[in-house]
Design a protein around this ligand. Sequence first.
Ligand SMILES: C[S@@+](CC[C@H](N)C(=O)[O-])C[C@H]1O[C@@H](n2cnc3c(N)ncnc32)[C@H](O)[C@@H]1O
Ligand SMILES: [Zn+2]
Length: 273
Amino acid sequence: MDALRCSICAEPLHPVNQSLRCERRHSFDIAKQGYVNLLHARVDAGTADTTEMVAARAGFLSGGWYEPLTDLLAECVTGHGEHELVVDAGAGTGYYLARVLDRVPRAAGLALDVSAPALRRAARAHPRIGAAVWNLWQPWPVASEVADVVLNVFAPRNPGEFQRVLRPGGLLVVAAPGPGHLAELAQRLPLLDIAGDKQHRLAEALSGRFELADRAETARTVSLAPADVRQLVLMGPNAHHLHRDGLGEALDRLTESVQVTTAFQVSVFRRLP
Ligand SMILES: C[S@@+](CC[C@H](N)C(=O)[O-])C[C@H]1O[C@@H](n2cnc3c(N)ncnc32)[C@H](O)[C@@H]1O
Ligand SMILES: [Zn+2]
């Protein structure tokens, strides 16, 4: 709450009945599911994860297939000092933020995402999570230099706002696919390309403002049943392209488990003074 700012005038927000209000009387409703929508401009259709994608993501993640990434994120966060506020930029269902908070006892978590269906889940994912609907490409409705950690897990990256909201010495913890991630699925199914060397571009965008403090990788092969594969595909952008190159039919034809590489890379950048 203390870290949030009015998305129109940047004044602090205070709870008034079922809304958050600033001194200039800009007011934002708190949904009964516990998140606040701070958007006041329209966001392009197709930007936010849909209810169906979010349900697929929650289903897939509950299988524990990406648990090694959870552990890696938690180790990277706890290995670098004490933290009070963890902001998850593009938090989705709050799955990773909740598990990180479990290991950082008193810290509060702020989940930012443009998808209201995702934040309905994030708001309930942990008692110490607050959730706000926001478009990460716009200046964030967050005070300057208040975050100890910013998490960014397969989500849009805004280096200028990473720097502004983190306190000097604060940590930016970024997860990305590692080498060979889901390669076997890409061979069998007409999936969209996993975007190339984003890590390199991120390091360039951060240079001069952050130093690389740590980098860790984890990989393993898992055996996914057809229903797991379906959720994995439907939780991401491929969900918008089921008719492209027969992806929907190819999923329907899967009848046996598939051995799939899961690989993750986590980079920890420290904000320079
Ligand atoms: C691949 S999902 C990752 C979600 C979560 N970090 C996880 O790994 O489970 C990407 C998330 O970014 C969100 N997103 C996409 N564009 C966004 C934007 N411009 N502003 C805020 N969130 C955005 C989507 O709604 C989605 O929840
Ligand atoms: Zn205001």
